[in-house]
Design a protein around this ligand. Structure first.
Ligand SMILES: *Cc1c(COP(=O)(O)O)cnc(C)c1O
Length: 393
């Protein structure tokens, strides 16, 4: 059984490239070139130099002593929250901006919902002096004012998507339309392990630096390079894909995914894709997708903007279907409580997305000598208002 993408762009039954005819040349150019470019020594050197000097990698692998005592197991936190811009997303945007340059592109487009991926994209465009256009639903622009301001400060144009529900999927449609109209000079930076092949694989490879570092760091600290479990929250699935990557084929490492159950899996307000999803096509790939009987995409809900997505990357759909990974979900309430608990026990305020991963310890009991590595995908500064309102601080 392989958990990696095949030559046709599939993970088992999932993946592929379901795109409009007019997008085919753009995606095909990327598909033909991405591995050749990424595997060149010069590319790897430049990528890792920037990860080191600009992002601040390697991110620490921190033994969380008090959290471990509370749950009577050995918990390590992979500190992606300490990256420049405060989350794992920048690992991917650094990789893709270098890819764009190698492909001779001088214009970047992206879409964003909560604005985190937009900020990570605008950041690397400022770094490289490349034009950046970020599509964002009109409703999201109003809801996410600080991130809109960040993007503008970084020199990006934020273009409102005015059609449909004026949120993420409409912004995605606008970005795709732009790419069709500007095939020669423009690269489209997708922010998670989703989209048409080769995006899920390319994003996963850029994020796989996470599990590569975990192996080295764990060997140093524990004398073994594989934990018993790796845990991550899943929106589209990029921090999870990076955290799992180097352990996918080692069945002695348990893989755990935590999705957002919102107000409860069956409340009608959730983003628990694996539990509720059926096979369908979204953003150019076949995957598990929350949809109505007649195939309309269901509006997802989660208190955390980064997990508020109706699909899941095709790699994760395959991990779910084959049983290679265990899937759990955490409600808003469980995630908020877990976020506050980490703050009190370890002095680390996590992103609410990450609070979902942390809620695993209330759902699953680990053995005292289990080594559990959890992806601390981001920091909670951006979520302070939500914490304040939720806990009446
Ligand atoms: C965007 C985001 C996520 C969810 O995205 P994935 O692609 O599933 O990793 C999780 N945590 C944080 C902090 C984020 O910003």
């Amino acid at each position: 059984m392989s958990y990696h993408v095949n030559e046709k762009g599939y993970y088992g039954a999932f993946g592929g490239a379901y795109i409009p005819e007019m997008l085919y040349p753009n995606v095909e150019e990327l598909r033909r070139s991405y591995l050749n470019i990424m595997q060149k020594d010069a590319f790897q050197k430049e990528f890792h130099q920037l990860l080191k000097d600009y992002v601040g990698r390697p991110s620490p692998l921190y033994f969380a002593k008090r959290l471990s005592e509370k749950y009577n197991t050995k918990i390590y936190l992979k500190r992606e929250d300490l990256n420049h811009t405060g989350a794992h997303k920048v690992n991917n945007t650094i990789g893709q901006i270098l890819m764009a340059k190698k492909l001779g592109k001088n214009r970047i487009i992206a879409e964003t919902g909560a604005g985190q991926h937009g900020v990570a994209t605008a950041t690397v465009c400022a770094l490289m002096g490349i034009e950046c256009i970020v599509y964002m639903g009109e409703i999201d622009i109003a809801r996410q004012a600080p991130n809109v301001a960040r993007m503008k400060m970084l020199g990006a144009s934020v273009v409102p998507a005015l059609s449909g529900s004026r949120t993420l999927k409409d912004a995605t449609n606008e970005a795709i339309r732009d790419w069709i109209n500007n095939p020669i000079d423009t690269h489209y930076i997708i922010g998670s392990a989703i989209g048409p092949h080769p995006y899920p694989d390319m994003v996963t490879r850029f994020q796989s630096v996470i599990s590569k570092e975990i192996k080295t760091q764990l060997l140093e600290k524990e004398g073994r390079d594989n934990p018993d479990y790796v845990v991550a929250c899943i929106g589209g699935g990029s921090n999870a894909a990076g955290t799992y990557y180097h352990f996918l084929d080692d069945e002695s490492v348990g893989i755990i995914a935590v999705e957002a159950a919102g107000k409860g899996i069956h409340s009608g307000e959730s983003a628990a894709t694996s539990a509720l999803g059926k096979e369908g096509v979204i953003h150019g790939c076949k995957t598990l997708l929350m949809q109505t009987q007649d195939g309309q995409i269901t509006e997802p809900y989660s208190i955390s903007a980064g997990l508020d997505y109706p699909g899941v990357g095709p790699m994760h759909a395959h991990l779910y279907q084959t049983g290679r990974a265990e899937f759990y979900s955490a409600t808003d309430q469980e995630a908020m409580a877990a976020g506050l608990e980490l703050t009190k026990l370890e002095g680390i305020i996590p992103a609410i997305e990450t609070g979902h991963a942390l809620a695993i310890f209330e759902h699953k009991k680990f053995n005292p000598d289990d080594l559990v590595v959890l992806s601390l995908s981001g920091r909670g500064d951006k979520d302070l208002d939500t914490y304040i309102n939720y806990f009446n601080l």
